[in-house]
Design a protein around this ligand. Sequence first.
Ligand SMILES: Nc1ncnc2c1ncn2[C@@H]1O[C@H](COP(=O)(O)OP(=O)(O)O)[C@@H](O)[C@H]1O
Ligand SMILES: [Mg+2]
Length: 388
Amino acid sequence: MADWFRRRTGDEDAPVNGSEASGSGGEPADGFTEAGIREALRDVKDPEIGRDLISLNMIRGVEIQGSNVTVGVALTTAGCPMKHRITTDVRDRLMEIEGVEAVEVDFGVMTDDDRQNLMTSLHGGPAELAPAFRDESKTRIIAVVSGKGGVGKSTVAVNLAAALDRVGKSVEILDADVYGSSIPVMLGATEKPNVVGGVIFPIESATGLKFISMGNFVNEGQAVIWRAPIVNKALTQLMRDVYWDEPDFIIVDMPPGTGDVALTIAQMIPKAEALVVTTPQADAARVAVKAGKMAVQAHLKVIGVVENMSHAECPDCGKELRIFGGDGGERVSTELQTNIMGRIPILPDASGEPGRSLFAEGTGPANAFDEMAESLAATKVRRRIKVL
Ligand SMILES: Nc1ncnc2c1ncn2[C@@H]1O[C@H](COP(=O)(O)OP(=O)(O)O)[C@@H](O)[C@H]1O
Ligand SMILES: [Mg+2]
């Protein structure tokens, strides 16, 4: 078995790229070459970083013995949870090459220097915001705000993200609700994120939504008192140290009510837009107006209002039952001089049970989210000069 990693630190003269392969183990089969194998590996992505193994400099050797190929892959960390997936992906891709009959993947670990170089190349400098949050990036940052908890702010955040994904937009979620961070449970993915060289990698849910949550850094069930400066520091860190792609949208689940976090977001990301969630009831609407006004004061652009739990759909006659009464959505949108972007019916399907917060496609709420996603995707972000 090839061992590029021992050779790299041991025998200086030993080849590091498998170029002795034909000498030691017979001729490579006709039809494929080391160069061809390397080219094919450009199609295999590191599942966490989302870039191909060649450009990440993770391929440390290719050895060909007859129709057998061994590939040396340097992982970012020894305990990389992605080993299995990388093995499968490399094997699947190389087995497509004519003449290849067996593929072996030989793992090693990057040196500290390699890892540091990789992370710097991915991330820019350590003190900077991740590219997605910078003004010049195409990524739109949608901060989902509400006046109080329990109105469905997180439900809106995850379902809007899922709908954007359905209409073909790339999207990631930042759960900034320190007081009631619930996205990991809602999406059924509560594992701790992988941290490499100071860079935090988002977690991917079973349905393929990538997110990071303040809750990822607190033990389950632990009560934490967050003082405002700490919240802001933690939030800043998530916008700086997380390896965000530059998706079309990042949806931010904001803590309810507080103007403080809105201010931080507005100061750091002048291009961020706010979406206000309310229920029909007057009390929710009153505090939603407040939260919306705070967002306006912080110079966030308010793009619209979502009235959640707006009505129930009668299963027999299809009629809308406004069981809560109230016209919260209307009131909030009038006061904030914006539009209602969506009215989401009540459907107990998304029960809030672990992993069960996404409405099934084709249901009333999912359709409402699809419409919202389409209208959001059709609008362009209005650039604004940083005022604060
Ligand atoms: N449209 C809806 N239909 C049925 N249940 C809903 C709906 N929206 C939210 N819920 C439920 O209401 C509860 C509160 O929603 P959540 O999104 O956690 O609110 P928030 O983030 O504002 O505190 C959750 O149990 C959620 O499953
Ligand atoms: Mg919530």
